[in-house]
Design a protein around this ligand. Structure first.
Ligand SMILES: *Cc1c(COP(=O)(O)O)cnc(C)c1O
Length: 222
């Protein structure tokens, strides 16, 4: 067994509303297959090319989540199969996802990614940018994307109170958007929490946790 922890075991401690994404970036398909054979079917990748390479090598019924920064020219390769794109952080990428989803006769679930951390390096929208995106005329016409909620990454720090504040902030953003723009059943996902902070995220209302190293062990590269 090269996986460190069976995702099925982690799932036992999660509330029923929380979905576990096993983040398999940098790990070979054999390792992913092990987790799959142990019963887990939901995986996440953060590099488009890596996901494009791995997907055909693995069972068809895997639910693939794309969680990293996405370039427009890669969208067409993900559109036929991706279950959810967590990283919508600009108008242009949503337009492209809509276009490619339409070509594939699909509606692709998306999350708006927000910048909630202190680190500049992390991607994501500000509230102002999100409003501009949502209020744009083009947005109203996107029939092949379904906005299901929001995603964010907290600062990488030992300071758990700071992490908690950032997750609370994301939950506030979620509630505000739901009230003002997405007052519907579809808008219900709060993707926050990774190996080091998923318990705090769940306490702060997370519905999707993205856990990598706890399941697969430390990454060599990245
Ligand atoms: C790598 C990654 C994760 C998982 O990180 P771990 O700390 O290994 O659990 C979650 N979300 C995103 C966006 C990532 O890139």
């Amino acid at each position: 067994m090269s996986i460190k922890e069976n995702p099925e075991k982690i799932k036992l401690e999660l509330p029923a509303r929380v979905k576990l994404i096993a983040v398999s970036k940098t790990k070979p398909v054999e390792t992913i297959k092990e987790a799959y054979d142990a019963g887990h079917k939901i995986f996440g990748e953060n590099k488009a090319q890596e996901l494009i390479n791995k997907q055909p090598e693995l069972p068809e019924d895997i639910e693939w989540h794309f969680i990293g920064h996405l370039q427009s020219n890669k969208v067409k390769y993900l559109a036929p199969f991706v279950s959810m794109i967590h990283s919508v952080d600009r108008k242009k990428i949503l337009k492209e996802i809509n276009k490619e989803a339409k070509k594939n006769n699909r509606v692709i679930d998306c999350l708006l990614q927000f910048h909630i951390a202190e680190e500049e390096t992390k991607f994501g929208l500000s509230m102002e940018e999100a409003r501009e995106l949502i209020e744009s005329g083009a947005f109203q016409g996107y029939e092949n994307v379904r906005i299901k909620g929001v995603m964010g990454m907290a600062t990488f720090t030992e300071d758990t109170e700071q992490v908690r504040r950032e997750f609370k902030h994301l939950n506030n953003i979620f509630q505000t958007l739901k009230k003002e723009y997405f007052n519907n059943e579809n808008f219900r996902e709060l993707s926050m929490g990774m190996s080091g902070d998923y318990r705090i995220a769940i306490e702060e209302g997370s519905t999707i946790v993205r856990v990598g190293s706890l399941i697969f062990g430390a990454r060599n590269t990245q």
